[in-house]
Design a protein around this ligand. Sequence first.
Ligand SMILES: *Cc1c(COP(=O)(O)O)cnc(C)c1O
Length: 356
Amino acid sequence: MHKKLFIPGPIDVKQDVLEQMTRPMIGHRSKEASILQRSISEKLQEVFYTKEQILLSTSSGSGLMEGAIRSCTRKKAAVFSVGAFGDRWYKMAVSNNVPADKFTVEPGEATKPEMVDEVLGTGKYDLITITHNETSTGVMNPVEEISKVMKKYPEVIWCLDAVSSMAGTKIEVDKLGVDICITSTQKCFGMPPGMAVASMSKKAVEAAKQVKYRGVYLDLLELYEYIQKKDYQYPSTPAIPIMYAMDYQLDKILSEGLENRFARHLEMAQYVRAWAKKNFEIFPREEYTSNTLTTIKNTKEIDVSLLNKELGKRGYAISNGYGNLKEKTFRISHMGDYTLDDVKGLIQEIDDILGK
Ligand SMILES: *Cc1c(COP(=O)(O)O)cnc(C)c1O
């Protein structure tokens, strides 16, 4: 039986979007490829609220995260981590021999603007990474406040991991001053997994020009310059079927209206939060609760694996806690094309199972 995926990616993709992937192939050096890739990029600029160049990558979001920290760190990166996905960015730096320091907080807490200010005030760093929406703890970081601090440090490149929030909540990339904003197709966009997207500012391009060893496949400068020279084409063969689905789904997203889409995500979040507060507790500090997934503290010490097994029989899946938060927390995502009715259906089943 198909399970409705209320996990933090991949999530369900609508049948008409999936069907786009069966269209016949085109050559990646053809005029049609240029038209397709330009069309996707222009629509993504609207979702990102940016005028900067969009880069597509045939990898998951992690690929562009690794590419960004490697391509643009000249001196040293300051990695602000509030959980597993922030830690991943630090691991990428270390494994690529990119100098980096990691700054962490207690699980459930956010990256505070004062912390960013204090770290950058040392003058040691020329790139920072922030996780917009930490999918392990359910924290959504206060990027507007961080943005105010970043205005004081114009030489620092700001990389933002928006993998689990872009297209589900408003992130005004240019207004915030984010240099490289990264997302994946399989979360709030409701598209199939397999591609990643980033915006890249001219400032980031200039930074990358000063970095000698940027790798090859995930060299962001190479991607950027290739697109500009070759009319939106890519150095290697992209996942054309996913791009068909992207082009089509982006039309659907824009015709729903971005504000409507964000409001729908918030509506689903508020419903899950209210249920969680009534029955358990919300794991992150309240003011930083994510709009795209809710991490719930397992205060009743239910058997989360068993709950998920029962849910599976009824055609649903949620997520256990991440890493050492397993069984101590569990996670319900509310992303993509789901509606409040879908979420109500899930919660009803959970209530029914737990009531037994
Ligand atoms: C899912 C996720 C990632 C990893 O994305 P992939 O597309 O699986 O590589 C990174 N960061 C966050 C916050 C995520 O939720």
